[in-house]
Structures are given as structure tokens and as C-alpha cells.
Design a protein around this ligand. Structure first.
Ligand SMILES: NC(=O)c1ccc[n+]([C@@H]2O[C@H](COP(=O)([O-])OP(=O)(O)OC[C@H]3O[C@@H](n4cnc5c(N)ncnc54)[C@H](O)[C@@H]3O)[C@@H](O)[C@H]2O)c1
Length: 350
């Protein structure tokens, strides 16, 4: 069709195409990629061609049936330009959702907070560490989302209530709670003290429950919510777990996830848990250092000892957990509730 018009106008098809582009938006100057001088001259000639309204209608009737490649082929675009293509709004899993991420300053929580922001959510970073919490909130803003840091000690009920209040004050509602904050330390059976027990359980189990309770009260008002609890395969009795008190606290998380899922289902609130195996993070690094000190081996040996025990031979990265956390926070998992899903390279089957 371009050739027919080109013959009529004594021009080339490329010139007709450029003349048509100019006729669409004359204030946009197309820059044709031409490596040869004669091609460039030919293209420039396109600006001198006048298309009648009949010509334009003829071209448009064919152009409207053409499928545009490029933007619809983001992987190809990335290969060609090296740039990560912007996600189209319609492809964002969590567009305009309001999410609280506890312990979002570093490690798994930070990876999840940034992934949620990339998926379109605004993030409340509920974190005890002011420096890292502020930093994550700042990085959320780089995704053009609101990042609000609220200093929160998850072992304190008054902190949790104040944090939830601030979140609602700032955003009007809460759609997603990512109950991630947790603590641990490498201790064998006989080393665990009452102090260790209370410290671990006050954050991993008690804080997690009261945060679910405070947030679910808000979610119930809107008859909508997604709660995701960070448990561990330790909570399912994984033999290689670092600490029996920690495993007990994560077992409590798995049990509470099921009970909360059934009691909150009438409010259209899904509650699920993620059970990571070994995951590279600050916590992982601390455990590695403790194994190094205890067993007098090198850091590389301690890491290899863990990796060799994993069927897929690799520990998780924060992104491995963020992927499933995004799925569980989205509508793609709308009929999944009460589940505790392992991400562990094949260490545990249930
Ligand atoms: N890393 C692993 O191998 C692994 C494995 C299984 C489960 N998990 C669980 O995943 C979650 C995240 O672990 P991680 O490896 O990223 O840990 P991490 O130690 O790297 O990060 C934990 C974050 O929680 C914050 N935090 C600690 N105490 C807090 C408190 N009282 N109030 C608020 N925030 C507090 C810390 O400041 C930090 O930002 C935890 O619940 C952990 O038990 C981790």
C-alpha cells in the first residue's frame, strides 16, 4: 500500500512513512536510523511530501491492523538497549496497594519492601533500626511510591498499635501485612536460656500475633486483606535448624497462620506463611559467623556445609522470598489461605 502511494507521489515508501509520521504529530521529529548518506537524504526528502486526507485515511486503515512489536516484547527491548523496561501499570501485581513490611530495614524484609514497591504498592517500613528503616523507605520512593518509615519494636504492643495507627493516618487503610521481623541466634539445646527464649518469642511469635490482630481490625473494616507471615522450615521440624527456641517460635507462626486464616476468612482476609530454608541475609551472616567461631572452620567452609545439604545446592537470595511474597500479596493467590509454603531448595517436603 505504501508502495502504491509512493509511486503516485514519485517518492519512496520510506519517505511516505516519514511523511505520515510527521502528519500525525508535526512537533515530533522522527529520527530515522540511517547508516548511509543516500538513505539519510532519502529520509529527509520525506519532510517535503504532502499527503492528502485520502492518502492519510488509506495509510491509517492499514496501520491500525498492524501489531506493534518492541514495547510488547520487553525482553527484546532489554537485549537491544540494556535498559530494564518499565512495567506497564496493568502488569503490576500490587498497584496502589498499601503494605506494611515489618523488619524491612535489611535482608529478606528489605528485598520484599522493594519488590512490593516495584509492583506498585506504597510501603510502611516498620523497623526497629532507624538508619536502615529510613534507607529502605527512601529506596521505595525511587520506585515512585510512598515509603513511610515508622520506628517500631515488634516486641512492644504499644509500638505495634502506634505503627498501625500511623499507617492508617497516612494512607487511610492497610491492604497487605508482611509480618517479616524476626530474630535468631545459633544455640544448641543445652545453651538456650530463659532470656533467649523470651527475646525470640517476644518478637517472632508474640509481636507477630499482635501485629496480625491490630492490622486485621483495620482490614476487616474494608472486607479485604492479605497477611503473610515469615515462618521457617525450622517451624516444621527441620533437623538442621539453628536453635530449638527459634524453631518453636516459627512452629507457633505456622499454627497461628492456620487459625488466623480460618477466623479471618469471613472478612475476606487471606493469611499465609512462607517457610524459607537458608537465606542470604544479615541473619544468615550472623549464623555463619557463629558456626565459624564454634566449629573453628572458615566462612567458606561454613557456607559450603549448608549449601551441600540442600538438594538444589544453593541457599535462597532475598529475591527468592520476595517472589513468593509478591504472589501471596496479590490477587493471583486469592484462593490460597492457611498455607505455609517452603522456599528451601528441596530440603523439606511438607
Ligand atoms: N535468613 C534465613 O536464613 C531465614 C530462614 C528462615 C526464616 N527466616 C526469617 O525471615 C525473616 C527475616 O529474616 P532475615 O534473614 O532477613 O533477618 P535479618 O536479621 O537480616 O533482618 C531482620 C530485620 O528485622 C529487624 N528487627 C529485628 N528485631 C526487630 C524488632 N524487635 N522490631 C522490629 N524490627 C526488628 C532487624 O532490624 C532487621 O532489619 C525472620 O522472621 C527470620 O526468622 C530467615
Amino acid at each position: 500500500m505504501l508502495r502504491t502511494i509512493a509511486d503516485r507521489k514519485k517518492a519512496t515508501p520510506a519517505q511516505i512513512a516519514l511523511a505520515w509520521l510527521l502528519a500525525q504529530k508535526p512537533w515530533i521529529v522522527p529520527i530515522p536510523g540511517a547508516k548511509k548518506l543516500e538513505r539519510l537524504e532519502e529520509n529527509i526528502g520525506g519532510a517535503a511530501i504532502e499527503l492528502t486526507s485520502d492518502d492519510l485515511r488509506e495509510i491509517e486503515s492499514v496501520a491500525s491492523s498492524i501489531t506493534v512489536q518492541g514495547a510488547r516484547d520487553p525482553e527484546r527491548l532489554q537485549r537491544m538497549t540494556g535498559l530494564e523496561p518499565e512495567r506497564e501499570d496493568s502488569r503490576m501485581l500490587l498497584k496502589d496497594k498499601i503494605a506494611i513490611v515489618t523488619g524491612g530495614g535489611v535482608g529478606i524484609g528489605k528485598a520484599i519492601a522493594l519488590r512490593y514497591a516495584k509492583e506498585g504498592a506504597h510501603i510502611v517500613v516498620a523497623e526497629i533500626n532507624e538508619v536502615t528503616g529510613q534507607q529502605t523507605a527512601k529506596e521505595v520512593s525511587a520506585h515512585d511510591r510512598h515509603g513511610l518509615f515508622v520506628k517500631t519494636d515488634m516486641s512492644s504492643l504499644s509500638h505495634i498499635d502506634a505503627m498501625v495507627e500511623k499507617a492508617v493516618e497516612a494512607f487511610g487503610r492497610i491492604d497487605i501485612l508482611m509480618n517479616n521481623a524476626g530474630v535468631n541466634k545459633q544455640l544448641n539445646f543445652f545453651e538456650v536460656t530463659e532470656r533467649d527464649w523470651d527475646w525470640i518469642h517476644s518478637i517472632n511469635a508474640k509481636g507477630l500475633f499482635f501485629c496480625m490482630q491490630a492490622v486485621a481490625r483495620e482490614m476487616a473494616k474494608n472486607n479485604y486483606g492479605k497477611i503473610i507471615n515469615l515462618a521457617s522450615i525450622g517451624g516444621k521440624g527441620f533437623r538442621g535448624t539453628s536453635n530449638i527456641a527459634y524453631a518453636g517460635s516459627k512452629g507457633a507462626v505456622i499454627a497461628m497462620t492456620r487459625i488466623a486464616a480460618s477466623q479471618l476468612a469471613p472478612h475476606n482476609i487471606n493469611v499465609n506463611a512462607i517457610c524459607p530454608g537458608a537465606t542470604r541475609s544479615e541473619m544468615y551472616d550472623t549464623i555463619i559467623r557463629q558456626i565459624v567461631d564454634r566449629d573453628k572452620i572458615t566462612e567458606a567452609e561454613a557456607i559450603a556445609r549448608i549449601d551441600v545439604s540442600i538438594p538444589l545446592r544453593r541457599s535462597n537470595t532475598g529475591d527468592d522470598i520476595a517472589n513468593i511474597a509478591a504472589f501471596l500479596a496479590s490477587e493471583e493467590s486469592r484462593n490460597i489461605t492457611g498455607q505455609s509454603l517452603n522456599v528451601d531448595g528441596g530440603l523439606m517436603w511438607d
